[in-house]
Design a binder for this molecule. Structure first.
Ligand code: 9Z3
Length: 310
């Protein structure tokens, strides 16, 4: 199913260039003995027309993926950040609500004035810039962009297969909100659908679950973390356990749409750990991803040392 989908869907631009960038990045990190995590982030679009004017989208803004990436970097991981274009990015996300021109000022009395950062933003900007420049210097972050569902799935395959050479040192953290339904290429109109033709009826097909080939074929040794999103709390854990049983990966981060920034469950086949944020922690600007990443780092270390013992 997955292979057929990949064969029949359009391939993203410059796929081979992207593959070599990913391979080079991984080789570099391997030489430095760094663990590598692939973080997927953001929603995917599902085009309704080949020459796309309209598409179906979802709610994800990529906050989970972007913030987790920063915490993985702090914990010493190198990160491949496979993200939806226009979703939140690590570091930049801290200023996403701002018009950047509003952060700056000129000396109005001086016609040759330099551009300066307004005093009230100095501390925050210095902090973020320092971390960002450190990451740039160390070369520990690779940004890979996608937009549509098929771009995402092709790039997921490329990144995962490249990670195979790291064995257990690779982690996959699949936080992207991937569409479940799509229109196959051969059933998609080429041109813009005309509203003059009357109400639109869509028939969507199920997107094959890529977790299956990912775990079985693409990166069989890696530590794989998927995400389960529900809106009904009564089915959250059971659906997570079903996924673990079906795909045989290591862990599911289970979250509810409304409370995803305050509580998640880390579900494995035999444990369920609640991670929560107090109101005080949230008011201090602390983020749940810091706790999630710390916990995963320790579980991943145990997973890697298990390999050394066997
Ligand atoms: C998640 O559950 C992520 O935590 C969120 C993060 C998408 C909720 P934001 O990007 O939100 O910070 O706004 N991601 C996975 C969602 C998903 O589509 N999971 C599939 C499912 O639940 C399986 S892979 O069936």
């Amino acid at each position: 199913m997955a292979a057929k989908f990949l064969r029949q869907s359009s391939v993203p631009d410059k796929l081979e260039e992207k593959r070599s960038a990913v391979l080079d990045f991984i080789e570099h990190q391997k030489g430095l003995d760094r663990k590598v995590v692939l973080v997927t982030s953001g929603g995917t679009t599902v085009p309704l027309e080949s020459k796309t004017v309209r598409f179906i989208d979802n709610f994800s803004v990529g906050s989970r993926g972007a913030s987790s990436t920063e915490y993985f970097l702090k914990e010493g991981y190198a990160v491949i950040f496979l993200h939806r274009n226009r979703s939140l990015k690590p570091f930049l996300r801290h200023f996403s609500g701002y018009n950047f021109l509003d952060l700056l000022q000129l000396d109005n009395d001086n016609p040759n004035s330099d551009v300066k950062v307004k005093p009230e933003y100095q501390e925050r900007l210095v902090c973020v810039l320092r971390d960002y420049q450190q990451v740039q210097k160390e070369g520990t972050l690779l940004m890979v962009e996608f937009q549509t569902l098929s771009d995402y799935l092709h790039l997921l395959q490329v990144c995962s297969t490249c990670l195979q050479s790291l064995g257990r040192s690779a982690m996959l953290y699949l936080a992207a909100a991937v569409a479940d339904f799509y229109i196959p290429k051969d059933q998609m109109p080429e041109h813009k659908i005309q509203s003059s033709d009357g109400p639109l009826q869509l028939s969507l097909q199920l997107v094959p679950k890529m977790l299956e080939p990912l775990v079985k074929e693409w990166v069989p040794q890696a530590y794989v973390v998927s995400f389960k999103l529900e809106t009904n709390k009564d089915i959250l854990v059971s659906k997570s356990l079903q996924a673990l049983e079906k795909y045989q990966h290591q862990l599911v981060v289970a979250n509810l749409l409304d409370t995803r920034k305050k509580e998640v469950k880390l579900v494995t086949r035999d444990t369920c750990l609640d991670i929560t944020m107090t109101t005080h922690e949230l008011s201090q600007g602390q983020e749940i991803e810091e706790k999630i990443v710390k916990e995963l780092k320790s579980l991943h270390s145990a997973f890697c040392s298990h390999d050394e013992q066997t």
